[in-house]
Design a protein around this ligand. Structure first.
Ligand SMILES: Cc1cc2nc3c(=O)[nH]c(=O)nc-3n(C[C@H](O)[C@H](O)[C@H](O)COP(=O)(O)OP(=O)(O)OC[C@H]3O[C@@H](n4cnc5c(N)ncnc54)[C@H](O)[C@@H]3O)c2cc1C
Length: 81
């Protein structure tokens, strides 16, 4: 609220809009970290954001497509972002 941080909500992908059950960006646990791979598009403030609320698949084996999806907070200066 103070305006010190710019945030973004990153859900849409090149092949996924309204139906978020189809996202393919994945977050895979690696020790204390998550390794995240994928693409997002149309993200308001995406290139300016300090903090991004990122929709990812954390359980690609979930039988129902809309399960196994998580929101991960990622900082804009994270290596590889
Ligand atoms: C200016 C702008 C800013 C944006 N900012 C963000 C952002 O910050 N973060 C982010 O994650 N995304 C963002 N988006 C993406 C936006 O959320 C998507 O455009 C939206 O989810 C729609 O997806 P789509 O364009 O792929 O359309 P589609 O999902 O392909 O839908 C196409 C059309 O079909 C309709 N439709 C879809 N499903 C159904 C259904 N089940 N029943 C009936 N009708 C249906 C839709 O209403 C639409 O008219 C932004 C888009 C724009 C234009």
């Amino acid at each position: 609220m103070s305006g010190d941080l710019i945030t973004a909500v990153a859900m849409s992908e090149p092949a996924v809009g309204s139906d978020l059950s189809g996202i393919s960006t994945k977050a895979v646990r690696d020790g204390n970290d998550y390794v995240i791979n994928g693409q997002k598009t149309f993200i308001t403030n995406g290139i300016n954001a300090d903090l991004i609320f990122l929709a990812v698949k954390t359980d690609p084996k979930a039988i129902l497509a809309h399960k196994g999806i998580s929101m991960i907070l990622i900082e804009g200066d994270t290596p590889g972002f």
